[in-house]
Design a protein around this ligand. Structure first.
Ligand code: UD1
Length: 383
């Protein structure tokens, strides 16, 4: 079996690492393509090092652009490459533009597509990722879901049950493998912070950061509700670009306890989150990581495509509502937050399940082809 993995943006790298480590342990032939959607060293290279990912076999260098430009650039570069590599499967992860582009390109070349992290739905089509999720699932031959809600969503959309496999969460494979090395880095101390005496903030969703007035108001709300807690804010490039505009729109001088830092690598960020009192975020992956680490997660969105983090984990949707945020911080400070439980199969072995199921499906397809060949010995086409 020959797999072609596609990674493009920061949240993809942990998932691809989990899959490639499981594939390598089984001696499978694997090709890694980096689309270059994320290209800064701090958004990409450091993740390859931290996650012990091999150097990509192909780097497409597509960079930024509008959604159509970015998607089209990946497709244009990937088409001849997939045609040349002829993998049994193109394996795509998550919901970013590179995921969509790769699934579409492979499907049109009649190469089988496996989607890891299938079935997640926020039911909010204003999110670019939701559009990507629906289309990628529609194009995929195997749908690997992280939780049972994913299976239900896919069944409701009419996907055949035999294509849906609940394997668990590959993101947690990466976490399990990295948490001890991350702890050994003593990241809070390096920032001069005491464990459980600070919060971590991340923001990058277009709905929160693209409008400078909305971004400024959100930061004011966070500062107004978090008491005197230091808030460490590793700033995504998209958000960095908007912060100056927000300052010009009346955000004013930020207090010192809101500490803007460069984006962190995987191990440093995990170490920082692991020591936090609470996390404020609009990221998807962080809702999952905080659930497994048992850390309160205040999600700055109205919805989530990861509902198990709310029902079983430590996640609460607070949106941008000052009242909800104030109440959440009161609960955090008073220690009134659920410790949560780990959702089924978020156990560090999801990647292995994916690879085993791909091996099974590939062997099944080869057997069918062999049997059909044996039945049709006349040499006359049977269609
Ligand atoms: C993308 C994903 C989002 C994911 C996020 C994680 C889509 C639609 N969105 O959003 O789902 O949660 O990644 O970070 O695919 N930039 C840099 N350096 C980089 C990367 C980006 O300067 O290394 C700039 C880009 O040029 C662009 C902006 O940041 O101006 C946004 O990058 P883009 O890839 O368009 O989307 P993200 O907001 O990062």
């Amino acid at each position: 079996m020959r797999l072609l993995h596609v990674a493009g943006a920061r949240p993809n790298f942990m998932k691809v690492a989990a899959l490639m480590h499981a594939g390598a342990a089984r001696g499978i032939e694997q090709v890694l393509v980096h689309t270059g959607q994320h290209y800064d060293a701090s958004m990409s290279d450091v993740f390859f090092a931290d996650l012990e990912l091999p150097r990509p076999d192909h780097h497409l260098g597509v960079g930024g652009g509008s959604h159509a430009e970015q998607t089209a650039k990946v497709m244009t570069c990937l088409e001849p490459l997939i045609a040349r590599e002829r993998p049994d499967w193109v394996v795509v992860v998550g919901d970013v533009n590179s995921t969509l582009a790769a699934a579409l390109t492979a499907a049109k070349l009649n190469i089988k597509v496996a989607h890891v992290e299938a079935g997640l739905r926020s039911f909010d089509r204003t999110m670019p990722e939701e559009v990507n999720r629906v289309v990628v699932d529609g194009l995929s031959d195997l749908l690997f879901t992280p939780s049972a809600d994913g299976d239900l969503n896919l069944l409701r959309e009419g996907h055949p049950p035999e294509q849906i496999k609940m394997v668990g969460n590959v993101m947690i494979d990466a976490l399990e493998r990295s948490i001890e090395p991350a702890r050994r880095r003593r990241v809070p101390a390096r920032f001069g912070l005491e464990p459980r005496r600070y919060a971590v903030l991340t923001l990058h969703r277009p709905s929160n950061v693209d409008d400078p007035v909305v971004l400024g108001q959100l930061l004011k709300t966070i500062l107004g509700t978090s008491g005197d807690l230091p808030v460490i804010f590793p700033v995504h490039p998209r958000t960095r670009a908007r912060l100056e505009d927000a300052a010009a729109h009346g955000l004013g001088r930020l207090p010192e306890r809101l500490r803007l830092v460069e984006p962190l690598g995987y191990l440093d960020f995990l170490g920082l989150v692991d020591g936090a009192l609470a996390v404020l975020t609009d990221s998807g992956g962080l809702q999952e990581e905080t659930t497994v680490l048992g850390i309160p997660c205040l999600t700055l969105r109205e919805n989530t495509e990861r509902p198990v983090t709310v029902t079983l984990g430590t996640n609460r949707l607070v949106g941008r509502d000052p009242v909800a945020l104030a109440r959440a911080f009161e609960d955090v400070f008073a220690g009134r937050w659920t410790r949560g439980t780990c959702p089924p199969r978020w156990d560090g072995h999801a990647g292995e399940r994916v690879i085993d199921l791909l091996l099974e499906a590939t062997a099944g397809a080869a057997e069918t082809a062999r049997r059909e060949g044996a039945e049709n010995t006349t040499g006359v086409a049977t269609w």
